[in-house]
Design a protein around this ligand. Structure first.
Ligand code: HEC
Length: 257
C-alpha cells in the first residue's frame, strides 16, 4: 500500500503546483512513471527503462501521425514484444522487455496517457546529441555495454533481477502487485549501484592496460579495481538475498529451475 500513498501524495502535490494537470499526465505518473522518467536523466545509472523523451523520439520517427502513434503505444503497453519495439534491440538488451501493463491500466486510460505523451514529448530544447542515430531509447549518449563487474561469477549466483524481469508476467511465477513493487525497488538499487561501480572501474582499467612497465605505480590501481569488484559482488549478493526474501519458496524454485 506504500506505493499508493506515494502516488496519492505525488498527485496531490502536482495538483497544488499546476492548477490542473491533464488527466493523461496524472495517469502517466500513476501508471508508468515508476519506470519511465519524464525529465532529463541526470543519473543514467538509476534508469530502469528508457526515459519518456527517448521513447517518444523513436515512436515519432516511426509513427508520424498522432493517431498511429497513440495506437502503437496503447498496444505496446498491453502487449509488448521485441518484434513490435520501435527502439533498437540494444535497449531491450539493456533494460529487458517491458512487462505488459495489462491489469494495471485500461485501454481508455492508455489512450489518454499516449495522447499526452505525443503532445508533450520530446520536449523542445531536449534535442538529441548530434550523430546519435537512434541506437537505443536512451535520451543521451550511448552507454557502452560491458559485462557485470563482479569479482565472483558463478552459476550459483544468478542474476536475480534479470531473471525476474524475464518472468515478470509469467503466470507460473505469479508475482503479486506488492511483490512487484518491492522487486522494482531492489532492481533499481542493484542496477544503480553496479553501474556506478562500472563507471569507476573503466578509467582505472584503461590506466592499468597502459601501465608502461611501471609496476609500483599501477599496483594500487589494480587493488582498487579488485576492491570495486568486491563491492559489486556484495551488491549482487544483497540483491539475491533481498529477492529471495520477497519470493515464496515455490516461486523461487520456479525462477531458478
Ligand atoms: C515495470 C517497468 C515499466 C512500466 C511500469 C512501464 N514501462 Fe514502458 N518500458 C519499460 C522498459 C524496460 C522498456 C524498454 C524495453 C521495451 O521497449 O520493451 C519500455 C518501453 C516502452 C515503450 C517503447 C516501446 C518500444 O518501441 O521499444 C513505450 C511506448 C512504453 N514503454 C510505454 C509505457 C507506458 C504507456 C506505460 C504506462 C502505462 C509504461 N510504459 C510502463 C518498462 C516499463
Amino acid at each position: 500500500m506504500k506505493l499508493y500513498s506515494k502516488i496519492f501524495l505525488g498527485l496531490s502535490l502536482v495538483t497544488v503546483a499546476h492548477a490542473t494537470p491533464s488527466n493523461g499526465e496524472s495517469l502517466f505518473k500513476a501508471k508508468c512513471s515508476a519506470c519511465h522518467i519524464s525529465t532529463f536523466p541526470k543519473d543514467k545509472s538509476k534508469l530502469v527503462a528508457p526515459p519518456l523523451m527517448g521513447v517518444m523520439r523513436h515512436v515519432k520517427m516511426k509513427y508520424s501521425t498522432k493517431e498511429k502513434a497513440v495506437d502503437f503505444i496503447v498496444d505496446y503497453a498491453l502487449n509488448p514484444s521485441e518484434q513490435k519495439a520501435v527502439c533498437m534491440p540494444m535497449k531491450i538488451k539493456k533494460f529487458g522487455l517491458m512487462p505488459s501493463q495489462k491489469g494495471s491500466v485500461t485501454q481508455e486510460e492508455l489512450k489518454e496517457i499516449a495522447s499526452w505523451m505525443f503532445e508533450n514529448f520530446p520536449k523542445k530544447g531536449m534535442a538529441m546529441h548530434k550523430g546519435e542515430k537512434g541506437e537505443n531509447c536512451s535520451a543521451t549518449t550511448k552507454v557502452k555495454k560491458s559485462s557485470a563487474p563482479f569479482l565472483i561469477k558463478n552459476p550459483n549466483l544468478p542474476h536475480m533481477t534479470k531473471l525476474i524481469m524475464k518472468n515478470w508476467d509469467n503466470a507460473d511465477l505469479n508475482l503479486t502487485k506488492e511483490q512487484k513493487e518491492k522487486l522494482l525497488v531492489i532492481r533499481k538499487e542493484t542496477m544503480g549501484g553496479v553501474k556506478k561501480i562500472k563507471q569507476a572501474i573503466q578509467p582505472l582499467e584503461s590506466e592499468i592496460v597502459n601501465f608502461d612497465n611501471n609496476l609500483t605505480k599501477v599496483a594500487p590501481k589494480v587493488k582498487e579495481v579488485a576492491k570495486l569488484k568486491a563491492d559489486a559482488t556484495l551488491l549482487h549478493l544483497k540483491c539475491i538475498k533481498n529477492t529471495k526474501a520477497v519470493l515464496s519458496e515455490k516461486q523461487l524454485k520456479m525462477l531458478l529451475k
